[in-house]
Design a protein around this ligand. Structure first.
Ligand code: HXC
Ligand code: NAP
Length: 298
């Protein structure tokens, strides 16, 4: 059930949504669902050949699910680090669809490394893609909405370590923490223009892009994410897409400045001091219970 499409048919009809990093992984999954719900989708990233192929596949998938769905996908090459390329995405979106209603800041760069091994440029690269890239897109689209007196929705994909921090992905943690601060700050500042800013913090949702850089080679087996999740499974792309579509839709009109975690309880499992006691067997609990009860008189 949880991996079934959730929103009613045509829930995003008439909307145009820009998705950065929309050609692969989670960006592709969310874009495909937006399209199936009737939105026109603009997918952007650095690799135009990947985008073009994804766009064709998405359109035929949406059409085969509903032959009356005539929503379109536009693929535009854009490195989110370059404001002039971001402006070009907005220009082409307006020329093709006449409007833009939503922005999904999903593009990211990341890799695991001990922080002391990073060069200054390695650190900057991640900040430039994740934090400054999200800011470039948000400001371009936000300025347009304010000028046109039009409402809009920005949705940012962050991570749970935006709240907790995490070793070995420090530039990404700093950048995602910044995106969370931007989400909450602009929710307050731009609410008066009818512009909502929200975020999703996903737990582990396997994708090639993330797994190749975060769990290379044997690490995927040794560091199996599902063992860190109380629900003992990783996320499925459709359940993230369901949440993203809801937050993009008018059904969430009163949600502004919120970050919604979708991680099966993973980050709280890591945070609770005694959660590691899960490893204790029932027999061991019998013994421990005797010992803790006998402490009554001490
Ligand atoms: C140390 C590294 C490195 C590594 C790159 N660098 N990889 N340093 N260890 N593994 C250094 C380079 O030497 C260089 O510094 C600087 O970083 C920039 O590298 P480039 O290759 O020139 O950058 P670029 O071509 O812009 O590529 C960006 C990238 C790459 C981030 C390095 O991996 C990329 O394109 N990623 C996009 C997709 C992605 O990362 N997806 C995963 C998202 S998952 P010097 O000093 O040598 O010039 C995620 C959430 C995960 O974010 C949460 C999961 C639960
Ligand atoms: P992914 O497939 O590697 O997605 C990253 C996307 O960003 C790619 O499409 C990439 O396309 C694009 N991108 C990278 N640098 C860019 C740049 N400079 N300009 C424009 N686009 C750029 O990985 P993913 O797992 O789907 O990640 C998607 C989002 O989910 C990210 O924000 C990530 O932090 C977040 N997230 C993922 C997980 C997970 O478990 N997978 C968990 C938490 C959060 P190009 O290479 O073509 O540019």
């Amino acid at each position: 059930m949880y991996n079934q499409p959730m929103l009613r048919d045509h829930a995003l009809q008439g909307k145009t949504i820009i998705v950065t990093g929309g050609g692969t992984g989670l960006g592709r999954a969310m874009s495909t669902y937006f399209l199936k719900l009737g939105a026109n989708v603009v997918i952007t990233s650095r690799k135009i050949n990947v985008l073009t192929q994804t766009a064709q596949e998405m359109e035929s998938e949406a059409l085969s699910a509903d032959k009356n769905n005539h929503a379109k996908v536009l693929a535009v090459q854009c490195d989110v680090r370059k404001p002039e390329e971001v402006d070009e995405v907005l220009k082409q979106t307006l020329e093709t669809f006449g409007q833009v209603n939503g922005l999904l800041n999903n593009a990211a760069g990341n890799f695991i490394s001990p922080t002391e091994r990073l060069s200054a440029n390695a650190f900057s690269t991640i900040i430039d893609i994740v934090l400054k890239g999200s800011a470039n897109c948000t400001m371009a689209v936000g300025k347009h909405w304010i000028k046109e007196k039009q409402a809009g929705t920005v949705l940012n994909i962050i991570t749970t370590y935006a709240f907790t921090g995490s070793g070995y992905v420090v530039p990404s943690a700093c950048a995602k923490g910044g995106v969370l601060a931007m989400t909450r700050s602009l929710a307050a500042e731009w609410g008066k223009y009818g512009i909502r800013n929200n975020a999703i913090a996903p737990g582990p949702f396997p994708t090639k892009g993330a797994w190749d850089r975060l769990l290379p080679g044997e690490m995927a087996k040794k560091f199996d994410f599902k063992n860190r999740v109380p629900l003992k499974r990783v996320g499925e792309h459709q359940e993230l897409a369901n949440l993203a579509a809801f937050l993009m839709s008018d059904f969430s009109s009163y949600i502004n400045g919120e970050v919604i975690t979708i991680d099966g309880g993973e980050w709280l499992q890591g945070a609770g001091q005694f959660n590691g006691l899960e490893a204790i067997s029932p027999e061991m609990w019998d013994m421990l219970e005797m010992m803790t009860r006998s402490a009554k008189g001490s």
